[in-house]
Design a binder for this molecule. Structure first.
Ligand SMILES: NC(=O)c1ccc[n+]([C@@H]2O[C@H](COP(=O)([O-])OP(=O)(O)OC[C@H]3O[C@@H](n4cnc5c(N)ncnc54)[C@H](OP(=O)(O)O)[C@@H]3O)[C@@H](O)[C@H]2O)c1
Length: 300
């Protein structure tokens, strides 16, 4: 069977827009669904690709807006993100919205080649910095993670080939909050033994494209998307401060990490044939740092 060629990206934001670009470059059609009337602009798309990117304005929480989805869609990447970090918002976005979309497609009798749900490594709520991988049972320590896990179970129960991608924190062009905080010397160094798991947006989008094109028999039910360098947060932030030419502030100990404390192992992704462009923050951040250093502060 040919790989999917007409992909609905439900929640086309930071990650989904980049995936749409990659799909269009690969000759596929990408349907980018979000509530806002203005689609996000593909940043580096060659002139030929916009004709293969088709924005759809719809609200995944309003089933009536999902009634006329294009008949050609043969795969879904669910990459909508909750607006807020509270249980209701998580329930709405990851469960109700995912369910609304699935039922809209089921009602019209679609045969999808695959359904990929972008979940989060938050389901590993350990606090001791241990290594985790796909075979590690989730450790649920809050209602947000519990909701994500229920959403993953919903995905797996769908009648199409499914894959849950547990993504680490996604960084990339324009997501400058952390760099801006460090520029202002507002980000304290955490104590030793606290780890950060990240993935560059472009690698995460490339991983999704890779999973969409993987032969069906090789598609894992669950896979971690994290770079190869789960570093101590302290080491990572010290490096960022050095690159920015700033010294870390003496603000006392940082807050306990919200997403738990673990080290994500992305061996399975490599075993499926994926190669990282940015295996470490040391590869992915220099261009972003260059960009913030060359941008004048907003008030100048
Ligand atoms: N960012 C991270 O660090 C991170 C870490 C782990 C996992 N993830 C997962 O990765 C995925 C993508 O993250 P991202 O950073 O690309 O998020 P994002 O930039 O916030 O994009 C999500 C998109 O979803 C759309 N959306 C939200 N609710 C919707 C609704 N009811 N109907 C239609 N569209 C809706 C939003 O557009 P509108 O507001 O216009 O609707 C937005 O463009 C999410 O599943 C997220 O949970 C992200």
């Amino acid at each position: 069977m040919n790989p999917p060629s007409s992909i609905l990206i439900a929640g086309a934001g930071f990650l989904g827009t980049q995936l749409a670009e990659l799909l269009a470059e690969a000759g596929c059609h990408a349907y980018t669904l979000r509530r806002s009337p203005t689609p996000l602009q593909a940043s580096t798309a060659p002139a030929s690709t916009p004709t293969r990117i088709h924005p759809i304005q719809a609200d995944l929480l309003e089933p009536s807006t999902l009634a006329d989805l294009p008949a050609t869609i043969d795969a879904v990447v669910f990459a909508a993100s909750a607006d807020r970090s509270n249980p209701d918002a998580y329930q709405n976005t990851y469960l109700s919205a995912q369910s609304n979309l699935a039922h809209a497609l089921l009602r019209s009798g679609r045969e999808l080649q695959r359904w990929i749900f972008v979940s989060s490594t938050r389901v590993y709520g350990f606090s001791d910095g241990r290594w985790v991988g796909e075979s590690t049972p989730p450790h649920i320590r809050d209602r947000l993670a519990e909701t994500l896990l229920r959403a993953e179970e919903f995905t797996h129960a769908l009648p199409w080939p499914t894959c849950v991608v547990r993504s680490a924190g996604i960084y990339g062009p324009g997501r400058n909050r952390l760099l801006d905080q460090c520029l202002r010397q507002e980000r304290p160094l955490p104590p030793p033994g606290v780890y950060t798991n990240r993935i560059h947006r472009d690698d995460c989008a490339r991983a999704l494209l890779h999973l969409l094109h993987l032969p069906m028999a090789d598609l894992p039910p669950t896979i971690l998307a994290a770079d190869r360098d789960p570093a101590e947060s302290r080491t990572f932030l010290t490096w960022i401060y050095q690159q920015l030419g700033r010294t870390p502030p003496d603000l006392g100990p940082a807050d306990r990490p919200r997403g738990g404390n673990k080290r994500c192992r992305s061996d399975l992704l490599l075993q499926t044939g994926f190669q990282f462009h940015y295996p470490s923050y040391r590869d992915g951040y220099p261009a972003l740092i260059q960009s913030v250093l060359s941008t004048p502060p907003a008030d100048s």
